[in-house]
Write a protein that binds this ligand. Structure first.
Ligand SMILES: [Zn+2]
Length: 331
């Protein structure tokens, strides 16, 4: 399942397909991989590719040996992003998610070729997916969303481009591929508990609404959403996503390419924080109608029967920049 994009997820620039494996942005030069699941792409063509790749292959059978080998490489020379990334991956397999985070943070700070940023995002996404699965299987405390948010902040500080949306989308893709390949058999609970959390973040932080719509459609199908029976099926959150998808499609009908790029370029990880708050409230209001009153204060509407439909419509309009009014400060 290739990842289809129409614009660069980092800057919104036009892209060219280079061969079959990745797109190249005509503006910022960043490469975006089509597969999203190649965790070793950051090593491609490097003089130590074979060595690091071997360390990563053997880390499942003998993590201690892998850790010693990569630590020796780190100690023997100048700081190298790829070595820190590799060691972080080995540490994450050993269940050391805190130490892994520190190595990835160091690795991110020494990335030299920012056009290759996407390869590092893919490597971390795959590992974060594995950490989430391990922690869930072993009933260990772990806060996936906080962990991913902290990593995306490191990527943004280094690259100066929004990275949160693409990081969440990539982790979602990793889970989906894992599910499709049968590697989550017996762990369907992990899938059904993590996907709604990832989707909430994708809704708030994906800058291309067409990507959000595509992912919502996939998830509606995966979770057997039925517009007739969602209430009995306890699928209200899916109903909300379905409403949002319809609102995006309807309101953007007839958008020019320029408008779509304008929306992407308007949003970044900082101003989307406001969207996240709003999207959260929307989700909560599905089960608690009193929250709609709070949303009404954010809204531009003066309608007397402010309901969920209107709240969703308002959110979609705000996202698509069809409302420019600043919300009232919340109490
Ligand atoms: Zn770009």
């Amino acid at each position: 399942m290739a990842f289809t994009i129409r614009l660069c997820p980092y800057c919104g620039g036009g892209i060219s397909a280079d061969g079959t494996s990745y797109y190249v942005c005509n503006e910022c030069g960043k490469k975006t991989s089509r597969s999203r699941t190649n965790a070793k792409a950051f090593l491609l063509g490097k003089p130590y590719e074979a060595e690091c790749s071997d360390i990563m292959t053997r880390m499942y059978a003998d993590p201690k040996e892998s850790l010693e080998r990569i630590s020796a490489m780190i100690e023997s020379g100048e700081p190298n992003a790829d070595f820190y990334f590799t060691r972080g991956i080995v540490l994450s397999v050993m269940g050391e998610d805190g130490k892994a985070f520190n190595d990835w943070k160091k690795g991110i700070s020494c990335i030299e070729d920012l056009n290759n940023l996407d390869a590092y995002i893919m490597a971390i996404s795959k590992q974060v997916m594995e950490i989430i699965c391990t922690k869930e299987r072993e009933f260990l405390a772990f806060k996936p969303i906080e962990y991913i948010d902290l990593l995306s902040t490191e990527f943004r500080l280094k690259s100066d481009v929004p990275c949160k949306g693409i990081l969440y989308i990539t982790i979602y893709r990793d889970f989906k591929m894992m599910m499709q390949s049968g590697n989550l058999d017996g762990d369907e609970d992990i899938y059904s508990s993590i996907i709604p959390k990832l989707l909430d973040k994708i809704i708030a932080y994906s800058r291309d609404f067409r990507t959000t719509v595509g992912i919502i459609e996939e998830i509606l199908e995966d979770f057997h959403y039925n517009v007739e029976t969602y209430a009995e099926d306890d699928n209200q959150w899916l109903h909300l996503c379905d409403m949002l998808k319809d609102a995006f499609l309807r309101l953007s009908d007839g958008f020019t390419e320029e408008q779509i790029v304008g929306v992407i370029r308007h949003w970044n990880d900082e101003n989307m924080f406001e969207l996240e708050y709003w999207a959260d409230e929307l989700m909560k209001s599905v089960s608690d109608k009193t929250i709609l009153q709070a949303l009404r204060r954010l809204s531009s509407s003066n309608s007397d029967n402010f309901d969920l439909d209107e709240a969703v419509e308002d959110y979609a309009k705000r996202f698509l920049l069809l409302i420019q009014k600043e919300p009232e400060p919340s109490e």
